[in-house]
Design a protein around this ligand. Structure first.
Ligand code: SIN
Ligand code: CO
Length: 376
């Protein structure tokens, strides 16, 4: 269990005064933080096929950035200089139970807002360059030291280095800078320009990254979802239309009528919930879903009586409680019996269940979650 040492603040004051609003440096946020993974293991992850990683080198002579995407080859590490490079591995919480536990420290925001724990390893001078992200991030210094420079609020209109393989702001101005020591944490809201430069050997930084659906994504998902439930006979209709005077015109009355109809179609709360449940529960890597062999269910159940169960990496289980309880998993709504609701809620909230708390054998829900590889 990891908990944040907020110092003079509390979660409530952080959410009220900083979250989505302004940066915050918290010294000693994680006192005596032990590495969740060794640097060798991190490098090992970057060699694997399905793991998202990047190796970024900065060339001080030409001020150019070079990017190599994983899976990396072992030789890539043999030929590196002593400084000015960084390795970044995404979603380490999928591969390390400790990393997953660390993300649990941020459960004061709902799971659907949390993306992953990225870990970077850098040599002196290493970093990804000045940039901004569209999401909130908590940057936890785990090993070594790093200087963070913070700039202005940026957007997709801000000038960036042309032809660079990574997004680098070309007019970055450092307004504030801090040197982070192990255990320190910097919170950044979306769009704040930042530049993190390793100031020691073996600089390791953990980024607890969040996500927020764009308006465009929500609109497309919800409208697709509603669109699929409509019949082709449901169409624009203009019975008793008045004779038109200007055949070339799309008349305002028709536009008004369509505007009204769109509002009616979009105001279906049940469909909105279903669309959002499907969207928010999409796994980070949808192509990496793995199901379980039905023959292993019984022996698995026996083991769970000892160890309990947890949500397997890369699976998202979320619920919604409106007029009725709805459960969503990996982009789909799941039907469930009334008596499985308590189990579903605890599993979604805490991502684990102990056998003492629930009778795991009786649950149809659990069986279907096991078969589709959602629990382990
Ligand atoms: C890092 O270099 O560890 C973090 C990169 C970032 O600022 O997004
Ligand atoms: Co960033």
């Amino acid at each position: 269990m990891y908990t944040i040492n907020w110092g003079d603040l509390t979660v409530e004051t952080f959410l009220r005064d900083y979250w989505q609003q302004k940066p915050l440096l918290i010294r000693n946020a994680f006192p005596s933080l032990e590495p969740v993974i060794s640097s060798d293991e991190l490098a090992g992850l970057s060699l694997e096929e399905d793991i998202e990683s990047r190796l970024i080198q900065f060339k001080p002579d030409s001020s150019e950035y070079q990017l190599e995407r994983g899976p990396l080859k072992e030789e890539a590490f043999a030929n590196l200089p002593e400084s000015h490079w960084t390795l970044l591995v995404q979603a380490v919480d999928h591969y390390s139970p400790e990393a997953k536990a660390l993300l649990g420290a941020f459960n004061f925001v709902p799971n659907w807002r949390i993306d992953d724990l990225m870990i970077s390893y850098a040599t002196p001078g290493g970093g990804v360059g000045p940039h901004y992200d569209n999401y909130d991030v908590f940057l936890i210094q785990a090993e070594g030291t790093r200087r963070w420079e913070l700039g202005d609020i940026e957007s997709s209109q801000s000038p960036r280095l042309p032809d660079a393989p990574v997004m680098v702001l070309s007019e970055f101005q450092s307004r504030k800078s801090f040197e982070l020591e192990p255990g320190d944490m910097l919170y950044l809201p979306p769009q704040v320009a930042h530049n993190g430069i390793a100031t020691s050997e073996d600089c390791v930084t953990y980024s607890a990254g969040f996500r927020a659906p764009s308006d465009a994504e929500i609109l497309r998902t919800v409208s697709d979802y509603i669109g699929e439930s409509l019949m082709s006979e449901q169409r624009f209709s203009d019975a008793k239309r008045l004779a038109c005077q200007s055949p070339g015109e799309i008349d305002q009355a028709s536009v008004n009528q369509i505007e009204q109809r769109l509002k009616e179609l979009l105001s279906n709360r049940d469909q909105l919930e279903n669309a959002l449940g499907a969207l928010f529960s999409e796994p980070k890597y949808p192509d990496q879903a793995e199901s379980n062999d039905p023959n292993t269910y019984q022996s698995w159940l026996e083991e769970t009586n000892e160890f309990g169960i947890e949500i397997a990496p890369n699976n998202r289980l979320l619920y919604l409680e409106g007029d009725q309880f709805k459960l969503f998993c990996n982009g789909e709504q799941i039907d469930l019996d009334e008596f499985d609701i308590a189990l579903a809620k605890q599993l979604a909230d805490q991502s684990y269940l102990s056998a003492e708390e629930f009778n795991l054998e009786d649950s149809d829900l659990l069986k279907s979650l096991f078969l589709s590889g959602v629990v382990q």
